[in-house]
Design a protein around this ligand. Structure first.
Ligand SMILES: [Zn+2]
Length: 323
């Protein structure tokens, strides 16, 4: 086992990397931080076409991952979170025009209870002719704040309700707000038969990507799509931090990486980038930084485009204190 682990962290092939993007709202200027205009969407799709990117169904990438096969560099999968009405009214026609498949992740309670901004069941069924449908929880709560029982209940409710109204069996899941921790992932893995779980961390997908921890890059506002396509997942094993520290103080960062690296760049939310040294494939850093954000991103890599993400979220109990 030990040797297998060493083998995994010391091999350094040039892995091919596909990219998975996530959209939220379309042509809805009330919410600029979640919106993609039609002009911008068309610009991105034209870029994919002109540069020979192939937009494939997410399931095609999952087929490759399950077989541990290389994933072509030029593959892209597109996902849409929440199932806002604006996708149905504005986004879908552009996807159809370019013949680009997508995975649509339904916030089930919003659709079931007819919350104003969200698609109805008929619109979801209609969309399923052109894309895949997955789950984005029932209640869209931060899963890491729920008990084990509540996480199971929420997911079961989402699953059963979607099947009841659409007859579609969802096979993939994306976390509300992209927030999760090891506990949440394990509960979803162990109690449901999802083929894959996707997060919202910056990175790429290659044959070594964990199928239950797939990165997706958010595309909102005006983006430099060429830059987004340069992101690659850096192969690293995080030892510390695993969870958000109780006292809010990040004391240490420990990461195992390929032995060939001597120096890397480390990023912490609100702290920015710093250079760190690597000894025998280990970054071991004493920090004592007070974390200013409940959602803190720690990243490491040889450059700002080749990174491993570690996002730690403050966990709150019902009484409001940190667990
Ligand atoms: Zn969402």
């Amino acid at each position: 086992m030990k040797y297998l682990f060493l083998f995994i962290i010391t091999t350094s092939y040039l892995f091919a990397n596909a990219h998975i993007f996530v959209y939220h709202r379309f042509a809805d200027d009330r919410y600029p931080s979640a919106n993609t205009t039609i002009k911008e969407l068309t610009k991105q799709f034209d870029y994919f076409k002109q540069n020979n990117y192939e937009v494939v169904p997410l399931s095609k990438i999952l087929d490759k991952l399950e077989k541990k096969e290389e994933i072509p560099n030029k593959w892209i999968a597109l996902t849409i979170d929440d199932a806002y009405k604006s996708f149905y009214s504005h986004g879908l026609e552009i996807f159809k025009k370019y013949n680009y498949p997508f995975s649509l992740y339904v916030y089930v309670e919003a659709t079931e209870k007819h919350y104003g901004d969200f698609m109805n069941w008929e619109q979801i069924k209609e969309s399923s002719k052109y894309g895949e449908i997955g789950l984005h929880s029932y209640s869209h709560k931060r899963m890491q704040n729920l008990s084990d029982k509540e996480i199971i209940q929420d997911t079961k409710n989402a699953f059963d309700t979607l099947v009841k109204y659409t007859n579609i069996t969802p096979t993939t899941y994306v976390y509300p707000y992209g927030e999760f921790n090891e506990k949440v992932t394990n509960i979803l893995k162990n109690n449901f038969s999802f083929r894959s779980i996707l997060n919202q961390n910056t990175g790429s997908v290659n044959s070594k990507t964990d199928i239950y921890d797939i990165p997706r890059i958010a595309l909102v506002g005006n983006v430099n799509i060429n830059h987004k396509l340069r992101y690659k997942t850096f192969d690293a094993k995080w030892i510390e931090p695993k969870v958000f520290p109780r006292d809010g103080i990040l004391k240490k960062v420990i990461v195992k990486v390929d032995k060939k690296y001597k120096k890397l760049k480390l990023y912490i939310t609100k702290e920015g980038w710093r250079d760190v040294s690597v000894k025998n494939g280990v970054v071991d850093l004493d920090l004592n930084i007070y974390l200013k954000r409940a959602r803190t991103r720690v990243m490491i890599g040889p450059n700002v485009f080749t990174i491993s993400n570690n996002i730690i979220n403050k966990v709150k109990t019902k009484k409001g204190e940190i667990k």
